[in-house]
Design a protein around this ligand. Structure first.
Ligand code: F0G
Length: 459
């Protein structure tokens, strides 16, 4: 196959998108307080805000939805999903949930007590939020290479095993109700975790009697990276690699909006019978009965088909090829990115592209706004707007290491010419980067401010 294999599908239904004029874009920005979350989707040309729930379902998924069984209990749709779950993940039990964070909430509600610690390579922000909401303390123990944007380490999502051992010794096994790992590592550039590392992490957790949970959102992309990059896996199928991955764990949380290529859904899976009982009780209280968990029967069918399609190797070759294609094109346009390119997104180093804008004036925000202004493209700032916080003792702002803008690619949604367009717009912005100005916050909520903060340009 070629380096960037073409789409292994053709298009039989289209959704129109429009590039509105420059004056209208300027108005839309002003109305949104220069926060791209506030712009109506109808005014976006290419939407790379997230790869979550934004993919295109296949004809097989749509067809399966028509056969959805909407029985309250014991629906056929549940049985069909159950069969696929068993085949791929192999956990003894699972419940559907309405999305990933619902699975995280239920796991934390039943397994975590005030003051306890949950280690991971890096938690996603909803996982971190759900741990904190129960009085827990998340810890991120990824390898140092994850923060070196030019390091070519093939598995930058790996857990640092020494950090993990030291962490367990420091806080004590009795204070760690379960440990996690996120595949791929979204908070750290969509970087994969190797099987060797998964095996070692599993061994360490289990030696200390700590149950091991995998945040499985992008498990299929992680499996394909292992196939491509890890010795001994080139001839294994992604299904075999996924099975081996989950055989190492005691449970998993998943947002099906990613690698199951559906618009809504998730699950929580476990082996432990007693824990499962508690999960069922909590699920019934919060989400719905155990055979639907807050979803329609037809959603379960779409997930069942999508889980298999997400593991298809022709699809994964195209999928990861497309992300790499965009990354390379952006780099060639003179814009610094995190390398190697991750699975679901390209992360631009806005701090490096716009060195004249200090972190306090939000270089990532300046780039995210300019992407929309120049080309109607929506990405998301993951830098000082999203992550800076005042030190609780001194009140002084603590800034993140990197000011990034993430361009997440929805699955099976955009073509190569959309990617070419994005790279061209970025190239134009890079040429006049020196003219870009920073932003000042005019409103911010206390938590997760990047979703709703308002800004004004600094004159
Ligand atoms: N874990 C990871 C690694 C994620 O990337 C996400 C969502 C979740 C959990 C939560 O899942 O949204 O279904 O509740 N990530 C999306 C993103 C929102 O844009 O990266 P959810």
């Amino acid at each position: 196959m070629t380096q960037h294999p073409p789409e292994p599908f053709r298009i039989k239904m289209t959704e129109p998108i429009h590039l509105i004029g420059p004056e209208e874009r300027e108005k839309a920005l002003q109305k949104a307080g220069y926060n791209v979350f506030g712009i109506d989707a109808k005014n976006i040309f290419i939407d790379l805000l997230t790869d979550s729930g934004t993919g295109a379902m296949s004809q097989h998924q749509w067809a399966a939805m028509m056969a959805g069984d909407e029985s309250y209990a014991g629906a056929r749709s549940y049985n069909r999903l159950s069969e696929v779950m068993q085949d791929i993940f192999g956990f003894k039990h699972f419940v559907p949930t309405h999305q990933g964070r619902a699975a995280e909430n239920i796991l934390c509600a039943v397994a975590l007590q005030d003051g306890q610690y949950i280690p991971s390579n890096m938690h996603f922000d909803t996982t971190e939020g759900n741990i904190r909401a129960r009085g827990g303390r998340p810890a991120n123990l990824v390898i140092d290479e994850a923060f070196n944007i030019s390091s070519q380490h093939p598995f930058k999502g790996n857990m640092d095993l020494e950090k993990l051992e030291n962490f367990i010794a420091e806080v004590g096994t009795e204070n760690i109700p379960f440990g996690m790992i996120t595949i791929t590592n979204n908070a750290g550039g969509g970087q994969p975790v190797s099987m060797e590392n998964l095996r070692a992490v599993s061994e360490i957790y289990h030696r200390h009697g700590i149950p091991f949970f995998i945040d499985a959102c992008r498990f299929a992309e992680n499996s394909y990276f292992i196939k491509q990059r890890e010795d001994g896996y080139a001839d294994k199928s992604t299904l075999e690699i996924a099975r081996e991955t989950f055989s190492l764990a005691d449970g998993a949380t998943m947002s099906a909006k990613k690698d199951a290529i559906v618009n809504i859904g998730g699950f929580l899976a476990v082996n432990n019978d007693k824990l499962f009982q508690k999960i069922c009780n909590e699920l019934i209280l919060r989400e719905g009965f155990i055979t639907y968990g807050g979803l329609a029967g037809r959603d379960l069918d779409a997930i069942a088909v999508g889980l298999r399609e997400g593991l298809d190797e022709a699809y994964l070759a195209y999928r990861l090829g497309q992300t790499a294609y965009l990354g390379n094109a952006i780099k060639q346009a003179g814009v610094p990115i995190i390398e190697p390119v991750g699975g679901h997104a390209v992360y631009i180093d806005a701090g490096k592209l716009l060195p004249h804008i200090p972190q306090a004036d939000f270089p990532g925000q300046a780039l995210a706004v300019e992407l929309y202004r120049e080309g109607g493209i929506r990405g998301v700032e993951l830098g000082s707007v999203a992550f800076a916080y005042p030190d609780p003792d001194t009140g002084e702002m603590v800034y993140p290491e990197l000011d990034l803008v993430r361009l997440a690619i929805p699955r099976r949604t955009y073509t190569q010419s959309h990617m070419d367009y994005v790279a061209e717009i970025l190239g134009r912005i890079a040429k006049r980067g020196g003219e870009l100005k920073g932003y000042r916050i005019t409103y911010e909520p206390k938590l997760m401010r990047h979703f709703t903060a308002q800004f004004e340009p600094i004159a």
